[in-house]
Design a protein around this ligand. Structure first.
Ligand code: CA
Length: 521
């Protein structure tokens, strides 16, 4: 009997221990499920170093999984890791490899396992529009018309009508007008198509052999490495602009193939264009980045006018739904190609917090760009927006990666994560709090959007619908704003969240400068 009793106590202790772990530091249970969760984009080289060479790597990233879990992140988007001659790695030399400074395929398999243990999904960047000019396929293809890889790329030569119709074909011409690049040397009559410049020759998707090769690449990462999805780079350029429908169809075909391997396989696409161009891609790519909303949020904060934000978002959502009712709106403030949000808002911390609040209360599946949650600065050129994550003060920071100067987010202007964690008013704690509220609230995660008009241009107000709806009000101006809840909003009498001293009394809500309030019934 005694031993049974001990087992019972042991069981009880384990049970309580587990329970406490699951809810520790959280508002409530995390009800968000992928892909409708918080995603986090990482430039691997600048994230976390494990071996002291100053370059971020897979093991370094693995050591930060608990940090990401604690922040409330449910999925990762990792920028390209395959061997490449460029620092950003958006031109792939080996589609089956991992850059040796980052680690090995075995390291990465382990990373995916560890992420999955924490219920974090892993999405990797797939750069399929073009390869590197140093990819063995291209190295062989350029040898001559008899190369077995010749048709993996798109060729033309001087007498070809296609060339003539494209006008004067010369290397180095403005790429907006001319994407044909002349092959140097003996074969100088030949030109290859390269949307993004000579180092990145476009792959030829009219060739069934190439398409099969690409499926093979996709299957490898999906079935052997067990990643959960791909983020598709340059998804609208697979075929030229005038063949948009071929682009749409290709991605439907590709998704089908990937779902044969994993029925839940996920694609999120970069179609950097206005919503009407983005929409038709949703049939093949269930999630697309909402570039328009990011730009609109920044504009709202810089002009301190936000009353059209929710109306605009609803319009985009209603349009996307007509194409694919199950689409996922991948919202974000800025990504690795854009000036960082803190710099877009001229270093104004108050505004950066409101921008985060707007992102994290709108519908969609929000993407954060690494470092955004500690308010990292970053301006163009691109290296300036891909700087080392500041884990700790320089002397203590063992994970810190190194980067060329000038450094936008150096110690004199930035407070590193370790210090922000201790400061309840930091950008980091603002993000963390809002993420927790979103992750534990059904309406904020899954609800639809109904714009609310208070006739005040400083306010962005909307209801996130559901059984327990939330009325969200953001004040993007530098002055306190008072608004009166109309009869149909009178039931929203409980404050779910406020980040300053917002006040609600007899249906009059006052919202301090640059702050937000969330109301419930
Ligand atoms: Ca390293």
């Amino acid at each position: 009997m005694k031993s049974l009793y001990s087992y019972f106590i042991l069981f009880l202790v384990c049970f309580i221990g587990l329970g406490a772990h699951t809810v520790s530091g959280q508002q409530g249970a995390n009800i968000s499920s992928w892909p409708r969760t918080i995603s986090y984009e990482i430039y691997v080289q600048s994230f976390a170093d494990s071996d002291g060479d100053g370059k971020g790597d897979i093991k370094g990233m693995m050591s930060k999984l608990d940090y990401l879990k604690d922040l409330g992140v449910g999925s990762l988007w990792l920028m390209p890791m395959s061997p490449s001659p460029s620092y950003h790695k958006y031109d792939v030399m080996d589609y089956y490899g991992i850059d040796s400074t980052y680690g090995t395929v075995a390291d990465f398999k382990k990373f995916v396992e560890e992420a999955h243990k924490r219920n974090i999904k892993v999405v990797i960047d797939m750069v399929l529009n073009h390869s590197s000019s140093r990819n063995p396929w291209f190295v062989d293809a350029r040898k001559g018309v008899n190369s077995p890889y010749r048709d993996y790329y798109v060729w033309t030569e001087k007498s070809d009508p296609q060339t003539r119709s494209r006008g004067n074909v010369t290397a180095g011409e403005n790429r907006e007008r001319n994407h044909w690049v002349r092959l140097p040397g003996a074969d100088s009559n030949y030109y290859y198509y390269a949307q993004f410049g000579g180092n990145m020759p476009d792959l030829n998707y009219d060739n069934p052999k190439l398409r099969e090769e690409i499926f093979k690449v996709g299957r490898f990462w999906a079935s052997e490495v067990k990643v959960d999805g791909f983020r598709l780079d340059a998804a609208r350029h697979i075929f030229p602009d005038e063949r948009a429908q071929d682009n749409h169809r290709w991605w439907e075909y590709f998704l089908q193939e990937m779902r044969k391997v994993n029925k839940d396989f996920y694609l999120v696409g970069e179609v950097w264009a206005p919503a009407e161009v983005v929409g038709p891609y949703l049939k093949g790519i269930p999630a697309l980045f909402d570039f328009d909303m990011g730009v609109a949020i920044i504009k709202a904060l810089n002009t301190e006018r936000a009353d059209s934000l929710a109306i605009m978002h609803k319009k985009i959502r209603d349009f996307y739904r007509t194409v694919n009712p199950d689409y996922v709106d991948a919202t974000f403030l800025t990504n690795h190609d854009q000036v960082r949000i803190m710099s877009s808002l001229n270093g104004n911390t108050d505004k950066a917090k409101v921008a985060a609040s707007i992102l994290l209360t709108l519908p969609g599946s929000p993407y954060l760009y690494y470092g955004e949650e500690i308010g990292m600065l970053g301006k163009k050129p691109d290296q300036g927006i891909r700087e080392p994550f500041l884990w700790d003060t320089k002397e203590k920071d063992k994970s810190r990666t190194t980067w060329e100067k000038p450094f936008n987010s150096n110690d004199s202007t930035m407070v590193p994560l370790s210090q922000q964690m201790r400061d309840q008013n930091s950008v980091y704690n603002h993000y963390k709090k809002l993420i927790q509220i979103r992750n534990s609230n059904k309406a904020l995660t899954y609800g639809e959007l109904e714009p609310v008009n208070f006739n005040n241009s400083a306010l962005s107000a909307f209801i996130r619908t559901g059984d327990d709806p939330v009325l969200v009000i953001h004040n993007v101006s530098g002055a306190e704003v008072t608004a009166t809840l109309s009869n149909d909003l009178a039931q929203y009498s409980k404050i779910l969240y406020k980040d300053k001293n917002a006040n609600l009394k007899s249906r009059v809500v006052s919202i301090p400068a640059y702050s937000s309030v969330l109301l419930q019934k």
